[in-house]
Design a protein around this ligand. Structure first.
Ligand code: HSE
Length: 329
């Protein structure tokens, strides 16, 4: 059977976009065999067209958004980050009838409900697995597997950069600045790393998870980053048999959905205490399913791109099924 050709427009070709191109190039044949879809990255929007990019056909590169959005792509992948430009391009993509996959937590935290409503109205999909916890499929678990359950509480290590810094401060007695520089060099940190170390990135991700897990708007939001955690705090915790982690928690307290993201001292026996380096984890406490633990790489090119690709394949399979279905007359 011939695989159905699905055309992808890529907005952004930095860490995650570059990772996606690599994964599609490496796995295109296997995806076609397993899933019946032939993924073609048709156009790629970049900021700097002169940057050398291995594995990319330079004829596909453009600096004009219209050349991606008006190219008749089936799926548009947004990995440029930020809120305003990304939001504008995603709205245009949806209006054009393309499904959208985004890894952009800031965009979703700001405009997620509006974009979801637009996508539903236009009859296209908006998927965002990569926006929270990189490769860890927690968005799908909350949206699908746990959709009919009642979630009591959700807590997690949601920022890979903060966790990487805390781990190196603890295990290698590294300074905050040195550890942050290493996280930046490895491509874990945001372009503006204060989003990571001041707790905002974790809170954006928590807002996305909470919107999937609870039928309530947040009534109270408390954000604190790891900037004021010193090596002394970390070593004192170690001496007591504890660890410092940046923990994000969503729960209903006193009838109000409360979201907190803050440095927290945990006993070593706590499930989140064992989460090291750029890994993320989420503990979900559900009425019927009980307590579930999700963990894996939360940042980095390939882990994040793998979550983007999973969404693209899921949408592509649906498009292929729809094309194959006999049209109602
Ligand atoms: N800067 C983010 C982090 C990247 O460190 O978790 C993944 O969202």
């Amino acid at each position: 059977m011939n695989a159905e050709r699905i055309r992808i427009g890529l907005l952004g070709c930095g860490t995650v976009g570059g990772g996606l191109v690599r994964l599609v190039t490496q796995n295109r044949d296997r995806i076609a065999r397993r899933s019946g879809v032939d993924l073609e990255i048709a156009r790629i929007l970049v900021r700097n067209p002169t940057r050398r990019r291995v594995e990319i056909d330079h004829a596909k590169i453009t600096t004009r958004p219209g050349e991606v959005l008006d190219a008749g792509c089936d799926v548009v992948v947004e990995v440029i980050g930020g809120v305003d430009t990304a939001g504008h391009l995603v709205r245009r993509a949806i209006a054009s009838g393309a499904s959208v996959v985004t890894a952009n937590k800031a965009l979703l935290a700001a405009w997620g409900s509006e974009l979801a409503a637009r996508a539903a109205e236009r009859g296209v999909r908006l998927e965002f697995e990569a926006s929270v916890c990189g490769a860890v499929p927690v968005v799908r678990a909350l949206r699908e597997s746990l959709a009919s359950d009642t979630i009591h509480r959700l807590s997690g290590v949601l920022n890979g950069t903060s966790n990487f810094i805390l781990t190196l401060m603890e295990e290698e007695a590294m300074s905050f600045d040195e550890a942050l520089a290493r996280a930046q060099a490895l491509g874990f940190a945001e372009a503006d790393p204060s989003l990571d170390v001041d707790g905002h990135d974790a809170m954006q991700k928590l807002m996305i998870l909470a919107s999937l897990a609870f039928d309530a708007e947040p009534g109270r939001v408390i954000v604190e980053g790891i900037r004021d955690v010193g090596r002394n705090d970390v070593s004192r915790a170690t001496d007591r048999g504890e660890v410092v982690r940046h923990v994000a928690t969503a729960e209903i307290t006193g009838g109000v959905l409360t979201l907190t993201a803050a440095p927290t001292t945990l006993p070593r026996s706590h499930p989140l205490a064992s989460v090291r380096l750029e890994n993320n984890a989420v503990v979900v406490e559900a009425a019927a399913a009980g307590t579930l633990f999700f963990a894996g790489k939360g940042a980095g090119a390939l882990p994040t791109a793998s979550a983007v690709l999973a969404d693209v394949v899921q949408i592509a399979r649906k498009i292929a099924r729809d094309r194959a279905a006999p049209k109602a007359s």
